[in-house]
Design a protein around this ligand. Structure first.
Ligand code: PLP
Length: 416
């Protein structure tokens, strides 16, 4: 980054500091990852200079000889990897992808049914503060208060009662596998379209470590930068009969020119996600989550649903006498980065909830296996057991750094 250093010392220094942070800390934020050096390089190319409103073969500006091939490559790779009839790779991120689906199928005031935000749903699934909750009649389903699990019979009842045009399955904080055939059945019974938002677990689907929603859903949205390990972006996968409605909703419905450098990096990430190595990666993400969950439960932590089937877990800290926000802050001091998170029926406020969420996609990318996850669990417990002891936090930060040193992160191999 010689030119960046010369032109802008300040930004260069900040990027360097962020590289250090990502290299030396144990990153457990469930939505984050480390992309490969190849994905980083594709993101930083001259493709950012191009304007290409429209779709391959149907553009509004000239000079698309190369860009058409880049976008077609990304589309074809996504179709092959996920077995989808049609794919749009242009959404700027997960939120606009979801908005495009609503624009394609809904009018203002129409009813949607999604998982409640405090129960693990996403803002864009109908939260009152989101456009999805302001412009549509957003109804929500919740987790069973006893089990912390999705209650499909309750979802069915709710769907029959409110007759949504779209039922949304998908989450940002649910540690179990979703029953897509069941969601399909409910959608059919209620006369609704089924939209699955697989933003969090798309990498597991790509690697065969989570069932695929594609055969069951009318539309599947996903970010490309979480477990799928690509650049920041999104895709919409759908049946051929919805292709035109989806494409029109993305452009010109809510977006202008696609980010072609991102499209190129998505193509690279999809190539990587089609390999045997990625299958092993996806399986290891799940094995690592199980290993961390077991260590924590052995040490008396209460996991929502009693464990995990995917890449993430949600921990209720009530019995440990510490709130989520403080736990997240002291762990960050100790070189372990995660976020506080509401638990089902949380008695506390969303900004300082009772739980923490953690995921294993990023640490698995740097090569952590079950043994390292056991070590991570021990470090977490050491910090939480003595929450006001800054010396303990400093000691654990050194141990965390030591642990990371043995596993250089993708894209950061040059960091000592
Ligand atoms: C992260 C996420 C999104 C939104 O993605 P952004 O890229 O942050 O806009 C949408 N849906 C779910 C379920 C997510 O977890």
């Amino acid at each position: 980054m010689e030119d960046l250093r010369r032109v802008d010392q300040e930004v260069f220094a900040l990027v360097q500091q962020e590289e250090q942070r990502q290299a030396h800390k144990i990153r457990l934020i469930a939505s984050e990852n480390y992309v490969s050096a190849a994905v980083l390089q594709a993101t930083g190319t001259v493709l950012t200079n191009k304007y290409s409103e429209g779709y391959p073969g149907k553009r509004y500006y000239e000079g698309q000889q190369i860009i058409d091939q880049v976008e077609t490559l990304a589309i074809e790779r996504a179709r092959a990897l996920f077995g989808a009839e049609h794919v749009n790779v242009q959404p700027y991120s997960g939120s606009p992808a979801n908005l495009a689906v609503y624009l394609a199928f809904l009018s203002p005031g129409d009813t949607i049914l999604g998982m409640a935000l405090p129960h693990g749903g996403h803002l864009t699934h109908g939260s009152p503060v989101s456009i999805s909750g302001k412009y549509f009649n957003a109804q929500s389903y919740q987790l069973n208060p006893e089990t912390g699990l999705l209650d499909y019979e309750a979802i069915r009842q709710k769907a029959i009662e409110c007759r949504p045009k779209i039922i949304i399955a998908g989450h940002s904080a649910y540690p179990r596998i979703l029953d897509f055939p069941k969601f399909r059945e409910i959608a059919d019974e209620a006369g609704a379209l089924l939209m699955v938002d697989m933003a969090h677990f798309a990498g597991l689907v790509a690697g065969g470590a989570h069932p695929s929603p594609v055969p069951y859903a009318d539309v599947v949205t996903t970010t490309t930068h979480k477990s799928l390990r690509g650049p920041r972006g999104a895709m919409i996968l759908c049946r051929e009969k919805h292709a035109q409605a989806i494409d029109k909703a993305v452009f010109p419905g809510i977006q202008g020119g696609p980010h072609d450098h991102t499209t190129a990096a998505i193509a690279v990430a999809l190539k990587e996600a089609s390999t045997q190595e990625f299958k092993a990666y996806a399986r290891q993400i799940v094995a690592n989550a199980r290993a961390l969950a077991e260590v924590l439960m052995m040490r008396g932590y209460r996991l929502i649903t009693g464990g995990t089937d995917n890449h993430l877990m949600l921990v209720d800290l009530t019995n440990k006498g510490i709130a989520g926000k403080k736990a997240a802050r002291i762990l960050d001091n100790a070189g372990i980065v995660l976020n506080c998170n509401a638990i089902p029926n949380d008695p506390r406020k969303p900004f300082d909830p009772s739980g923490i969420r953690m995921g294993t996609a990023a640490v698995t990318s740097r090569g952590f296996k079950e043994a390292e996850m056991a070590e991570v669990g021990r470090l977490i417990d050491t910090v939480i057991a003595d929450p006001d002891n800054e010396a303990v936090q400093a000691r654990v930060a050194a141990e965390a750094r030591q642990l990371c040193a043995g596993f250089p992160a993708p894209g950061l191999e040059h960091i000592a």
